[in-house]
Design a protein around this ligand. Sequence first.
Ligand SMILES: C[S@@+](CC[C@H](N)C(=O)[O-])C[C@H]1O[C@@H](n2cnc3c(N)ncnc32)[C@H](O)[C@@H]1O
Length: 513
Amino acid sequence: MSSESEYVTDVGYARHFDEDLSPSRLRLAAALNGFPTPSADTFDYCELGCAHGDTMNVLAAANPRARFVGVDFNAEHIASAKLSADGGALENVRFLERDFEALRADDFPELDFVVAHGVLSWVGPEKRRAILDFVSSRLKPGGLFYVSYNAMPGWAAVEPLRQLLVSRTLGVAGDTSERARQAVAFAKQMHDAGAAYFVQNPAAKEMLATMEALGGEYVAHEYLNAHWAPMYFAHVAWEMTTADLHFVGQLPLFLNYRDLAVPPLVRTLFEKVVDRATYESLKDYAINEFFRRDVYVKGRPGRNAALTNAYLDETPFGLSAPPPDDREVALPHAKLRLVGPVFDALFGALARGGTSVNELASRPDLAAFGRDRLRASLLRAVLAGWVIPLLAETHTEVAPDSAVRVDIPSPYNRMVLQRAGASAQPLVLASPASGTGVPITTIEALAIRVLSEVPMTNRADAVRALFGEKVRMSVGGRSIEDKDEQVRIVLDEIEAFRRWKLAKLIELRVLQA
Ligand SMILES: C[S@@+](CC[C@H](N)C(=O)[O-])C[C@H]1O[C@@H](n2cnc3c(N)ncnc32)[C@H](O)[C@@H]1O
């Protein structure tokens, strides 16, 4: 079987940025599980199956001293990845149009990070072997490998739906996306006619609704590859050991904490299990895991809890979003509450700029809490997703007044903003302060353009011009037709943006006042 007949290539993959692939997130996963972390400053990074390079390009722009290589065998994907890299004047990223099996002939540096997102359970055994051989020969000892895959037992009830789609696409004319659309339409007819499979498997019903909502291109890539097969953690972990790769931890980060990941009653049944791999397999049953994002390390550097504390104490952290008023995050099986004086003090301090626990513990107003308590509270804020690691300390300026003009120092970010609304490229800006991307909305992109291009007095005119003639807008379900009202709404949004997110983007060095 040729690679093209095994894997969908006639339909482009959906474009998106995935923050879990950022080196800072992978370092966090290693550090919180007690493993050493690769350098945060200069490192070599490779994505296998990079599609349009939307994650790679943002990461390259956000980590200008590191080097990135993206690999994909789909010519259309690699062409669009290169186009964005060139448009953003990125000199530290290259893209290779290659099958995984052909990679051994290429010249690669020793790598600190390799990632393969959405690849492993979609390719056959030869490609998986090629991936593992590549990682085993090119990843440095102590380097991190991120791999995500469809997992069992979450897929148990839904797997037959995929088989139904495959059987309905055999011999049907049209590109894969059109065949997928027709197969989903047929499955829907089965569902509506009361086929017992859907009646007795609510998860399959839900998945069918998702497929209908996301459309033919999504279904083609997600389900119609010849080797699609969900995998058990134990099997993947065993396959990894054949490449000297050993399990580190899972993303999202809260899944590494038993009290946050597993419902209490089930947890008591295996609380005495100390072997992490056995625990992971049992956890997948406890939460009916459906998609795993795992981090592995090359070699056996050994786990050491002191490394976690050292990382949390020394790394600067900053707020990624304003903590919500109720200070509570509902996880699937637990609640994370971040209330009390230590959290008030911590969030108050981080609102003035990103810094480390060591530095916070030396401040007169925070010293009384003690370093251990500050570190434990910071960790909870990281698990809540409200605080992120930074590459250096930052300082938050009071939001500039409305007369401000902002600069966009990165050519990559300028290109993303220029294309906003006119291209499928995700709206994610590179932050050299955090080494990762910052997603923005279309209206925020518009706000940045207005703040960077137009003096205060002309802003209403500028919004009118940027917005074009015919814009469909609705607020709270009410359709807004009147142009003046539309402009007023956008100017209000720009003002709201200026008050909170603008200061954050300046702190993260995405913008300059
Ligand atoms: C599900 S997509 C994930 C894309 C990307 N990692 C992301 O998160 O958006 C898998 C990618 O792997 C690529 N791919 C699949 N098999 C491949 C092979 N044998 N060699 C190289 N690339 C391959 C596909 O073209 C596709 O872009």
